[in-house]
Ligand binder design. Structure first.
Ligand SMILES: [Fe+2]
Ligand SMILES: [Fe+2]
Length: 211
């Protein structure tokens, strides 16, 4: 992918997010690449699961069926790709405590059906955008194989972010902007506040960082 293509893919993502990943996170992630790869694999699986949950909850919404089916398939391919890299590098796979990132937003999801769908779709767009921003940010510091892989993910992840956001606006009568801004402000805090756990979506690494 050329630099122009990459810049074009990342521009709307950077315009959407409230901040950039701090350099301190990049430094810590480079030091703990095994943790990041395992957490990345887990996140790809969770992304596929979340898409299928939305499909199951909205069986009559054909846009959700089509967009989320494709998205789930793509996330599972990413999952397999990360697993392959993990295996090739002889990294021992393990289960890990999830970062608080998604939960911090999810705890504010409204309970009525319509509000729940809108909020879930907005959160989906934010998680996809942040993943995209982090892959783009860390890629230049990685070895050739990982760099190539992370850049290859930008295409689908930037589309996922847009798909989620478009679905959020399409399936509600409310103006989603205030809700988007609310969840972005929660996200902003998660990224910039001290976080003792090193994960793909974690905040500012603390001195007593756990991996
Ligand atoms: Fe993915
Ligand atoms: Fe994605």
């Amino acid at each position: 992918m050329s630099k122009i293509d990459i810049d074009e893919l990342i521009a709307p993502v950077l315009a959407y997010l409230p901040n950039r990943t701090p350099e301190a996170w990049v430094d810590a992630a480079l030091e703990h690449q095994e943790t990041i790869l395992i957490d990345h694999a887990t996140n790809e699986l969770k992304a596929a699961q979340q898409a299928m949950t939305l499909m199951a909850r909205n069986p009559l919404n054909m846009d959700i069926q089509n967009k989320m089916s494709r998205l789930a398939r793509e996330e599972l391919v990413h999952y397999e790709q990360v697993l392959k890299i993990i295996k090739k590098r002889r990294i021992k796979f393990r289960t890990m405590k999830a970062s608080g990132y998604a939960y911090n937003m999810a705890q504010h999801i409204r309970s009525d059906n319509k509000g729940k769908l809108t909020d879930n779709l907005i959160i989906g767009s934010i998680i996809e955008a942040r993943s995209c921003e982090r892959f783009h940010k860390i890629a230049p510091s990685l070895d050739e194989e990982l760099q190539k892989f992370y850049i290859s993910l930008l295409k689908s992840e930037s589309r996922h972010f847009k798909d989620y956001l478009a679905l959020a606006q399409k399936y509600t009568d409310e103006d989603i902007q205030p809700r988007v801004e609310f969840f972005l402000s929660v996200e902003d805090k998660s990224i910039l506040e001290p976080d003792p756990l090193m994960r793909l979506h974690s905040g500012m690494p603390t001195a007593d960082l756990r991996v």
